[in-house]
Ligand binder design. Structure first.
Ligand code: BGC
Length: 692
């Protein structure tokens, strides 16, 4: 059973991808999988969740911090690093069961070994140990400390910063443009050196004999607003504690696949990437690129509710609950957004940050040649986000039985979202309500009417309103609105046979498949949607839209309808979003197309291992990890191939595995207990409680 991601060669072309692949995180802090000698140009990143900042009129984004693990070695005055010489031997490794990164590089004069953890037992901590062995006798110099030159997409975010040396401990004190104070402190044990305040670095020179070793242990801590003490425990204890805690986290969500080693590893790796983003302590959500950088402004999208939430419902319901509490906590932002656009109720941010106000701007996309803005309307027209949140709340309550969350504000979220859809809809002369001028999950076609996904989700919001919100708890005026919502007669999207028109007029667009449309691409970085994109006037769509509907609400569509829609939309879908494959897999499983479903599953489960996704759009870095696709792979396996359904904690399976897979064993948490289910290819399964 492979549980290590190991890379045995050094490839400078993969520096950015490796930063994602070897990411460490603990839900609060993230540290990219880079090497000690790297700097800003190699996208070194220490990221903190939930803290955002805006510099001038730039995009408001999550904060990146100075790097406490910077280390560079010199021999006889010359730098010895992967940046100056090809290592003779090189290996980096991520142990996904320990959340531990290690590195080994041999150069002529010296060998460097290092390890690194972002602590799971104290989420403000990150630690590293670096060992250098002299392969030749001579004069060595080591530069180490806090690299203050931060890689930021839309910075600089610190309007004021200082770095002081207090007895071999460096303390960075920074004030952001939005007046948040952040401290990064780090102790450096094992070397003593001269401190250069401007660079934030120590310089230590010495003569080493052949075979002699030096070691540096770094304990770093990130604090907000108030500087707190570094822990008294030594490095070994801190390392042990982190590994133990991560092991406990993993205990409740391990998956083992018999008969498919590659998938077994990819699923374990996907789980790792989801698990390192969950925060049990805080009411926080998860950004679309997790803690791997500042792509998408560190904002939270529908990715969390539709893809990550069902993973956490099984892996750690407490974290799932926090994800919903985050939407309750940001309800005021959603109400404000609705009000500012002239609607009632709650219109959640398409890109949500700390307050829930909209972070998405109309200048999200640029023309790769001219650099000019391609105006998009994601922030103002992608209204399905509000319905997705209500859908997720309903599914969460159904799975866990946690109705208490309704009294903690989830009922208000449902009611306010229903009000929003009522105010957004237009009633025609026959009393039928339409939804005009929106964008569905397929973002290539903007400002369309009666979009199938949006209409169906709006209809579902009203059903959930009836099911979850008690009218007698409402004021008289609210009660009237409640019944108005329930009485809406929603328009049905048009159809051709069984095939649902993605939106009004969709079938009138040029009918072309993705491969043929690709031939019209002028610049590979061109955006296909918006006003002038190559897909805009065709039936080619960016990602699963009607197919997402079939995946999320299978009970609402008969099998022949599912089949006809799946087959119609499949050749017309570009899969331009990493979210698309897992939705297709879920539907393909239902239709018995197991080979096709398996291919889609592998496309999600290997996404960050393959690293084939685009890294730049125009001049903008859009890379990072893809937690929703990772979670999507888990959904395909557990909710799809194993057909898991959960009702008030009770699990049932309906197993349809690809023929080469013999069994899938998985664990989940329910009511503080951990359970393990072994699912066999012949459809049988057994469940047992795991002793903790
Ligand atoms: C997709 C959205 C998704 C966002 C963040 C976009 O490319 O079209 O559906 O929410 O990326 O992952």
């Amino acid at each position: 059973m492979k549980r290590h991601l190991t890379q045995k060669t050094y490839n400078p072309e993969q520096i950015i991808l490796d930063g994602n692949r070897f990411l460490l995180a603990n839900g609060h802090l993230g540290y990219r999988g880079t090497l000690e000698e790297y700097g800003k140009d190699q996208l070194v990143g220490l990221l903190i969740a939930g803290v955002y900042d805006q510099y001038k009129d730039e995009w408001r984004e999550n904060l990146a911090l100075p790097n406490p693990f910077f280390f560079k070695a010199y021999y006889e005055g010359e730098e010895v690093s992967v940046l100056t010489a090809k290592p003779l031997v090189h290996q980096v490794d991520l142990d996904i069961e320990k959340a531990l990164f290690t590195r080994h590089s041999e150069f002529g004069p010296l060998t460097i070994d290092s390890e690194r953890l972002v602590s799971h037992s104290d989420d403000s901590l990150l630690i590293s140990k670096i060992t250098v062995k002299a392969n030749k006798a001579g004069k060595f110099k080591f530069a180490y400390g806090l690299d203050l030159d931060i890689y930021e997409i839309h910075g600089p975010h610190f309007k004021q910063k200082s770095c002081k040396n207090v007895k071999n401990k460096l303390i960075f004190d920074g004030i952001t443009n939005e007046n948040k104070t952040i401290f990064v402190q780090a102790s450096y044990q094992g070397l003593s050196g001269e401190f250069n305040e401007k660079e934030g670095l120590f310089f230590s020179s010495m003569v080493l004999q052949e075979g002699e070793e030096i070691s540096l242990e770094i304990v770093a801590k990130v604090d907000e607003e108030k500087l707190r003490k570094l822990p008294k425990d030594d490095y070994a204890k801190l390392k042990g504690d982190s590994i133990l805690t991560f092991n406990k986290k993993l205990e409740g969500c391990k998956v083992e696949i018999e008969g498919d080693e590659e998938l077994d590893f990819e699923i374990a790796y996907s789980i790792y990437h989801c698990l390192i983003l969950g925060d049990e302590k805080r009411i926080r959500s998860i950004a679309a690129r997790g803690l791997s950088g500042q792509t998408y402004k560190g904002a939270i999208f529908w990715d969390t509710e539709i893809f990550l939430l069902p993973f956490f419902v099984l892996a750690n319901p407490k974290i799932a609950r926090n994800l919903i509490l985050y939407r309750i906590a940001t309800l005021n932002g959603a109400k404000e957004k609705a009000r500012s656009l002239g609607y009632d109720g709650a219109y959640y941010a398409w890109e949500s940050q700390d307050s829930g106000l909209e972070a998405c701007r109309s200048d999200n996309v640029t023309d790769p040649i001219t650099g000019e803005t391609v105006v998009t309307y994601f922030g103002t027209k992608q209204i399905h986000i509000s319905a997705d949140i209500v859908y997720a709340i309903d599914r969460y309550i159904e799975a866990t039985g946690d109705e208490k969350i309704l009294d903690e504000g989830a009922d208000e979220v449902i009611f306010e979202v229903a009000k929003f859809f009522l105010s957004y809809s237009r009633e025609d002369e026959n009393g039928i309500s339409h939804i005009d001028d929106v964008i569905g999950p397929d973002e290539y076609h903007e400002r369309v009417n009666d979009e199938a996904f949006t209409l169906a989700m709006a209809r579902r919001v009203m059903k959930i309103l009836a099911k979850r919100v008690c009218p007698s708890c409402l004021s008289k005026e609210q009660e009237k609105l409640y019944y108005r919502c329930l009485n809406i007669k929603w328009a049905e999207p048009k159809k051709q046979g069984n095939v649902i028109s993605e939106f009004d007029g969709y079938f009138d667009l040029e009918d072309i498949d993705v491969a043929s449309l690709k031939k019209r691409v002028v610049n590979p970085k061109d955006y296909w949607g918006g006003k002038n994109g190559i897909a805009t006037h065709t039936q080619v769509i960016k990602q699963a839209d009607v197919v997402s509907l079939l995946a999320l609400c299978p009970e609402d569509y008969e099998t022949p309808v599912q089949l006809d829609n799946y087959e119609y939309y499949y050749p017309r879908t570009e899969h331009g979003s990493s979210l698309s494959a897992s939705m297709h897999s879920l539907v393909a499983i239902k239709l018995g197309k197991l080979d096709e479903a398996y291919k889609f599953l592998r496309s999600s489960s290997s996404i960050d291992l393959r690293g084939a996704e685009k890294l730049f759009a125009g001049g903008i870095y859009i890379g990072g990890t893809h937690p929703a696709a990772n979670a999507g792979a888990y959904l395909d396996l557990i909710y799809g191939f194993l057909g898991l359904r959960q009702n008030k904690g009770k699990i049932s399976l309906d197993i349809h595995l690809p023929s080469h897979i013999k069994s899938v064993t998985f664990r989940y948490r329910n009511n503080k207990q951990i359970y393990e289910i072994k699912a066999l290819a012949d459809g049988r399964y057994e469940s047992k409680e795991v002793k903790q």
